[in-house]
Design a binder for this molecule. Structure first.
Ligand code: NAD
Length: 453
């Protein structure tokens, strides 16, 4: 491990990674490696949790290809020196900002979208001119292995290397002196990463989770809202960091919402054999989720099969904030519905929980929309939609408070792996004597005149 990091640090110091054509080449290699081996990627992820080619392409590879295209297209612009104006005090001079890569970066991935969440941060890291050690999640062992094989066979390890492993290996990696750590995963492990990074004052980006609410207000278009919400919730069997975690519904809409949810879930035919549903990642998560299903609260679904790690799309009704499903992020196909009679009270209940990664507002009422968007602090979200904000590279993606530190995607990703060096560039043909000795009253008068606040 140490040897790989030393090798990457030495290579970084050679300045090779700073050339734009070198960076473009790395992105092209990544794109080709993925495109030429899609079948291996599909096979591995299907073995891990029965994720289909359709879902893997649409929710993982397509996003990665788009990130690579976007980075290649904009790299020249992003990496350019940026002129800024110079203040009067420094006349005559030019001022500019020089973007520079941070160095050797550690990227730690989560399991739920194993390709997208491991490689999406790699794209801006390489685009910004860094070297990368990637540690994918060990839970989907076949996807971790296929990424290690494809990356390590096709990249110079001095530039990009995959190191596989679980807690002991990650703990060891976190003891090393990186120039940046990018972590995706739980808030619990995010704290471990943050503490370890503090030892070396390493900057971090932490992409974590939380309980993301979805508001269904009285004036929403119910049928289209439910259609979008059901897709977003049960994609990847709810194992999505930005999935709507629970619904807050206006009491007057509750019965209609429950009925429409049932109809929409049935219409979608979520099933492994229909290529639109996946297994729960492991037994521990299956057991954790199973405990959240209180039989007396099941409105729809509730069937499980431990052998297949299957949990049916499940809707819980009459849920309160003290129920088991509301104690932690669900991260599975269980959807609690909480009715509210007073929107302000519902907003204040959400604000009592840690700041979520996302929030969704289904409404056609402008005032209601503004109230929710401005009152609740959350990472990012959508109005009359859910999850899809992740697919717009112009929207920086990240959490706030317990759900994350920092952003990425598009230009925000480039910024996340870049240091902006500020330069004041002065000619020598003029030197005003004012700041030098002797500090006479006349000089002070002039300084005060210059610095008119
Ligand atoms: P996790 O925190 O258990 O694991 C994430 C990574 O940390 C893995 O690579 C794992 O090997 C490593 N790890 C686990 N325990 C560790 C320890 N004690 N010391 C050092 N490293 C350790 O998270 P997960 O189960 O893979 O993912 C689920 C969580 O991630 C959910 O909370 C979800 O919301 C969040 N998530 C967030 C995003 C996002 O983009 N914000 C995306 C996906 C998942």
């Amino acid at each position: 491990m140490k040897q790989h990091i030393t090798q990457q640090k030495e290579f970084f110091l050679s300045q090779t990674t700073k050339a734009l054509d070198f960076r473009i080449k790395q992105l092209t290699i990544l794109q080709e490696v993925l495109q030429n081996n899609e079948n291996l990627l599909y096979e591995a992820i299907y073995k891990d949790f029965k994720k289909s080619e359709f879902d893997t392409f649409t929710s993982e590879l397509a996003l990665l290809y788009n990130d690579i295209k976007e980075a290649k297209h904009n790299l020249k612009k992003w990496a350019r020196k940026k002129r800024v104006s110079t203040n009067f005090l420094n006349f005559p001079a030019r001022s500019y900002i020089l973007p520079e890569p941070l160095g050797t970066c550690l990227i730690i991935g989560a399991w739920n979208y194993p390709y997208q969440l491991s490689l999406a941060p790699v794209v801006p890291a390489l685009a910004a001119g860094n070297t990368v050690i990637l540690k994918p999640s060990e839970l989907p062992k076949n996807t971790s292995a296929v990424m290690a094989k494809l990356i390590n066979e096709n990249f110079d390890p001095a530039v990009f290397k995959v190191v596989e492993g679980g807690v002991p290996e990650t703990t060891e990696l976190l003891k090393q002196d990186f120039d940046k750590i990018f972590f995706t995963g739980s808030t619990k492990v995010g704290k471990i990463v943050y503490k370890a990074a503090a030892e070396n004052l390493t900057p971090v980006t932490l992409e974590m989770g939380g309980k993301s609410p979805a508001f269904i207000t009285e004036d929403c278009n119910l049928s289209i809202s439910v259609k979008r919400l059901v897709w977003a919730k049960f994609l990847n069997a709810g194992q999505t960091c930005i999935a709507p975690d629970y619904i807050l519904v206006a009491k007057s809409m509750e019965a209609n919402l429950l009925k429409t949810l049932k109809e929409e879930i049935e219409k979608e035919h979520f099933d492994f054999k229909n290529d639109n549903y996946v297994q729960i990642i492991n037994d521990a998560n299956f057991d954790r989720l199973h405990k959240m299903i209180q039989p007396e609260k099941v409105f729809y679904g509730g069937n499980v099969n431990k052998k297949d790690r299957y949990i049916q799309p499940t809707v819980l009704q009459n849920v309160s904030f003290s129920d088991p499903a509301m104690e932690e992020e669900i991260f599975g196909p269980i959807l609690p519905v909480i009715p509210y009679t007073d929107l302000d009270k519902a907003i204040s209940d959400v604000k009592k929980l840690p700041k979520p990664l996302s929030c969704y507002v289904f409404t056609s009422n402008k005032k209601v929309k503004q109230k929710i968007l401005h009152n609740i602090s959350f990472g990012g979200g959508a109005v009359n939609d859910a999850v899809m904000h992740i697919s717009n590279p112009n929207l920086p993606f990240g959490g706030v408070g317990q759900s994350g530190i920092g952003n990425y995607h598009g230009k925000a990703g480039f910024d996340c792996f870049t240091h902006y060096k500020s330069i004041l560039d002065k000619p020598t043909w003029l030197e005003l004597p004012l700041k030098y000795y002797p500090h006479t009253p006349k000089r002070l008068k002039w300084i005060k005149r210059f610095l008119r606040f």
